[in-house]
Design a binder for this molecule. Sequence first.
Ligand code: ATP
Length: 264
Amino acid sequence: MTALLAVEKIEVVYKRVITAVQGVTLTVGERQIVALLGTNGAGKTTTLRAISGFLGLDDARVTEGSVMFDGTRLENRPPHEIAARGIVLVPEREKVFPNLTVAENLIAPVSHGGGDARRQEERVYHFFPRLAELRARVGGLLSGGERQMLAIASALMCQPKILLIDELSLGLAPIVVDDLKRRLTAIRDELSISILLVEQSAAVALEIADHAYVMENGRVVLDGNRERLQGHKDVQEFYLGGADGTRRSYRDVKQYRRSRRWYG
Ligand code: ATP
């Protein structure tokens, strides 16, 4: 497998003093869907920001390690340069412009506009026909699922080589999430792009990911292909629901960790 994206032992520090991510190494191959799993505060969003260049807004930097993409080192480069190379982020919040229509949202990230942008717009409607029906509706009136579709479609307008998606399923009904998963798989297959997916729900991510990394306290504590993680005792217990079928709450996880060193 050729690594399109190779993150090597990065450390990320906020405001010169808060170390949020340490020694994180991960790779995403061409046409691969890779998931980054972990509970709140594990460092998933920070890792995506380090890759996409959006750390600067929060006064943070990659202080060690490297981010290699398609043969070029990109850590601490500005987001517009990184996006121009083909790394496009779908953020967790503020995904769409609420006062612009669906069609205007789609054109907005494409600086040149014009005929090419219109053609590209029609291409993304192929993956999201619902957005074609809603093209004249303003973003603020869309449902959560439609907003997520629009955010992903807007990212596709930039013709990425890799999509970074921060929380695909958060706040969405299971039926909507199932539909999004199918569309992401079709996007990967038809456009031959890679996807790095940050997810709190391991069950959702492991259904479509080829490979996954589990983060805890700013570090990767476990990684493997889908089968390995689905069969891993700790992943089953804490992320997929235990033997009794109930998923543990984060509080349970924290109590458990106090009594036992994780993945020790
Ligand atoms: P969540 O799902 O809650 O976003 P996460 O796994 O994405 O969790 P991060 O948001 O990357 O985790 O947070 C990792 C650590 O970095 C946390 O300890 C958090 O408090 C810290 N952190 C995140 N953003 C900032 C910031 N702007 N300034 C200082 N510390 C931050």
